[in-house]
Design a protein around this ligand. Structure first.
Ligand SMILES: NC(=O)c1ccc[n+]([C@@H]2O[C@H](COP(=O)([O-])OP(=O)(O)OC[C@H]3O[C@@H](n4cnc5c(N)ncnc54)[C@H](OP(=O)(O)O)[C@@H]3O)[C@@H](O)[C@H]2O)c1
Length: 344
């Protein structure tokens, strides 16, 4: 098989973007050998501009991306627009790693639409665009025959999406349950070991597990949006965040805490989708589960999803790294799999 060059444009150079640039370099040779793909980073954007080069951008080129170093970086173009790059470079994959805004989807929503409309495939770690306009973005991808992949946004290194889409293809998925947020699961695990909520949260922040503002995680919204992405993609639903009942872990009712303390019980924050009278209901709930539940042993920052199907029974997938490196690996996997199946 002949080698294929794939141009890559990266939006956002934060924790995940940096990990992705590093991974591209580390895995370049393996990807070339095993998949005959030459992944070629052509532009890297931050807010305010980007690096753009005719030759591949290397990890050393992005070291000079700190505020002080930008002006010194010969590749830096202040005010560079995504459209400019997409028009000047042969289409490949736009990788979206800007911050997730679950209310407006911006700036990622504009990036994803622009890339698809200009004939680029999209791989995103950003949940915002899909939370706001899942259906619309899938429609553009279908019309332009481009791939829209989002493992990085839907539980990242846990291959929940791939299992649902590929391994369970052709079955009816009757219900789905997931522990989808590493921060809240870590806090609940520490609470089960005797810590108070505030103490466990402080510990998670000190270890870099929880963000300085952990609201989306501890209020259940991060779980809700991942559940929405999985259910809409795998079960073909049309869920919106506003239709979901969402509980968090900030104020746990005392009766749940005491029930969870009983032998063989565990308190988990579960995203759930199930069928009730021909209608699917979805939400995020504090749930006490017992030892026989497939997600009972998912502790700490680990995540897991259980699908109940008609033809294949109950299928559970657990594990996967919950950090920027795991998210970057999910982005790389999605890129490889686009070209593995798609010769366009
Ligand atoms: N962190 C994780 O473990 C993880 C795991 C899975 C998914 N995710 C998702 O991955 C995405 C990135 O996460 P992160 O932790 O890397 O976030 P982050 O550290 O906050 O980085 C965000 C990056 O986006 C850039 N940016 C902001 N506005 C932009 C614009 N208009 N155009 C281009 N770049 C822009 C920022 O640049 P400036 O610094 O110049 O503003 C920054 O480099 C998020 O959507 C997050 O939800 C994260």
């Amino acid at each position: 098989m002949g080698k294929r060059t794939v141009n890559i444009v990266l939006m956002g150079l934060g924790n995940v973007g940096k990990a992705f640039v590093q991974l591209l370099e580390e895995k370049a040779e393996r990807v070339r050998q095993q998949f005959c793909l030459d992944l070629c980073l052509r532009a890297v954007f931050k807010s305010g501009g980007g690096l753009f080069s005719a030759s591949p951008i290397r990890q050393k080129d992005v070291y000079e991306m700190s505020a002080a170093g930008l002006a010194r970086n010969p590749l830096w173009r202040p005010g560079l627009a995504l459209d400019t790059v997409l028009h000047e470079v042969e289409p490949g994959v736009m990788v979206e790693c800007t911050f997730s805004d679950l209310k407006t989807g911006e700036p990622g929503l504009r990036h994803v639409r622009t890339a698809l409309e200009n004939g680029w495939h999209v791989v995103t770690a950003n949940k915002g665009p899909l939370a706001v306009d899942f259906k619309g973005l899938k429609e553009i991808a279908g019309r332009t025959c481009r791939a829209l992949r989002f493992s990085g946004a839907a539980a990242a290194a846990l291959p929940a999406l791939d299992v649902g889409l590929y391994s369970l293809a052709g079955t009816d998925i009757l219900s789905m349950e997931g522990i989808l947020n590493g921060t809240s699961n870590y806090i609940l695990t520490r609470m089960a070991q005797g810590s108070g909520y505030s103490e466990a949260l402080r510990e998670a922040q000190a270890k870099g597990i929880a963000e300085p503002d952990p609201s989306l995680d501890v209020e259940g919204w991060d779980t809700a949006v991942k559940l929405l992405l999985l259910a809409n993609a795998v079960m073909g639903l049309d869920l919106c965040l506003k239709d979901m009942k969402v509980e968090g872990i900030k104020a746990i009712p005392s009766e749940l805490l005491s029930e969870a303390k009983k032998e063989g019980q565990a308190l988990k924050l579960l995203g759930k989708v199930s069928r009730e009278n021909e209608e699917f209901k979805a939400g995020v709930f504090l749930s006490v589960i017992n030892r026989s539940h497939p997600l009972f042993g998912v502790n700490g920052t680990n995540k897991g999803v259980t699908y109940s199907t008609d033809g294949m029974g109950v299928v559970t997938v657990t594990g996967g790294k919950s950090d920027p490196c795991g998210a970057a690996a999910a982005l790389l996997k999605d890129i490889i799999n686009i070209y593995r199946w798609n010769k366009n």
